[in-house]
Design a protein around this ligand. Structure first.
Ligand SMILES: *Cc1c(COP(=O)(O)O)cnc(C)c1O
Length: 403
């Protein structure tokens, strides 16, 4: 059997549709973010405009020092699963820090945000007897995979629509355990959920709430506890899930909630139990990053200022972008081939790196460039990007937004 021919047939279909993924080979330059050396085609040095290291914490000197110090004291790896020799005091300290961040009794650390969603939802959905999960239509792949793995009944409610959620909850047997799963900031459109309304609907039906705050933590709320902190709703949400790999600039994922719930997931989640613990140095760096952002607002304020400047600049040029209340600026292209082409020209001609976002990450016809301005982008960086996009919009005959 010619397996490679089978593989290549499907890869060719991706290429034909313009959805084949090509990675930019970069070397992020510590101390110079958002600058990076480009080892692939295009300009040898680029400005990164699509990073999820939203606040540049990946190069924060307290964070990198904590990581180096922990390597010097604890070595490179954890040496085992959490159960079998792998629990280091740095993991325990990080879990305490995370519980405090969200005002919860307890927290549980995972190797990534993807794994935390997958493991927590699959465990809750499969172990709560006769559970049903009510999932926002635009939930992240990691949640979808967790729900699938759980084999629990799943009901999809209209994106960010508490009334639809209410209708769907009302149709269910009041005695069944119900889990309402949703996100605070949706990564691709940058919209923010009506959290209070969702929580109230869930409470009225006795459902637990499962909130993915991956694109909120570090960025929103006075201590970086996410949109749930900003809205004063964290204590009404049953489970808050987050990542250490985006605004916190390191790696790892977690869930927080009651002591009993975290102990339950710790005791039954395959994706927690049967995998090597994160390196202690990663945990130490993440703890330092969280602590820093609990008290420092300068990164958040400067990020907001740069986001506002870029939005205003795009508006003046008539470059169409989704209006939303977050830090994410989706510039809409609506065609996978054009999206890739614009991204390539930006990289080759302007030294601007922004990855095209195509299907299946977003629906077909909504292909886009997802811009994430941060505190380390200068005003000159913003001007350079705006002018480049302005020129490309003319050259490629792309439609402009009507002012
Ligand atoms: C990135 C992402 C995750 C996964 O987090 P990682 O730490 O990168 O694995 C989970 N949920 C959402 C909404 C995400 O965008």
């Amino acid at each position: 059997m010619d397996f490679d021919a089978l593989f290549n047939a499907q890869l060719d279909a991706l290429k034909h549709d313009g959805n084949y993924r090509v990675f930019a080979e970069l070397e992020r330059t510590c101390g110079q973010f958002p600058r990076a050396v480009n080892h692939g085609d295009g300009a040898p040095e680029v400005t990164v405009w699509c990073s999820n290291d939203y606040l540049g914490m990946g190069q924060n000197s307290a964070v990198t020092t904590a990581m180096k110090d922990a390597i010097d004291t604890c070595g490179a790896g954890a040496g085992g699963t959490r159960n079998i020799s792998g629990t280091n005091r740095h993991h325990v300290a990080l879990e305490a820090e995370l519980a405090d961040l969200h005002g919860k009794e307890s927290a549980l650390l995972f190797t990534s945000g993807y794994v935390s969603n997958w493991a927590a939802l699959s465990t809750l959905g499969s172990r709560l007897p006769n559970a049903v999960i009510l999932s926002d239509a635009l939930n992240h792949a990691s949640m979808i995979e967790g729900m699938r793995q759980s084999r629990a009944d799943k009901v999809i409610w209209k994106h960010n629509d508490p009334e639809d959620l209410n209708r769907k909850l009302a149709q269910l047997d009041p005695d069944r355990p119900k889990i309402v799963a949703f996100e605070s900031v949706y990564s691709m459109d940058g919209d923010i959920c009506p959290m209070k309304e969702i929580v109230e609907v869930a409470e009225a039906h006795g459902a637990m709430t499962y909130l993915d705050e991956v694109h909120g933590v570090g960025l929103y709320g006075p201590r970086g506890g996410g949109v749930s902190e900003r809205e004063g709703l964290a204590d009404r949400i049953t489970l808050i899930e987050g990542t250490l790999g985006k605004a916190f600039g390191v790696m790892g994922g977690y869930v927080t909630g009651s002591a009993a719930m975290c102990d339950f997931i710790r005791s039954f989640a395959s994706g927690f139990i049967f995998t090597t613990a994160l390196p202690p140095a990663v945990a130490a760096a993440a703890t330092t990053s969280i602590r820093h952002l609990k008290t420092s607002n300068v990164e958040r304020l400067r990020q907001r200022a740069q986001v506002a400047k870029l939005r205003a600049r795009l508006d003046r040029l008539g470059i169409p972008h989704l209006d939303n209340p977050s830090h994410i600026i989706p510039v809409m292209i609506g065609d996978p081939v054009k999206c890739r082409m614009i991204s390539d020209i930006l990289m080759d001609t302007y030294g601007i790196y922004v990855q095209p976002i195509n299907y299946p990450t977003v629906p077909k016809g909504t292909e886009r460039l997802r811009l994430t301005p941060g505190p380390l982008h200068s005003d000159a960086d913003i001007e350079h990007l705006a002018q480049a996009l302005g020129q490309l919009w003319s050259q490629c005959a792309l439609s402009r937004a009507v002012a």
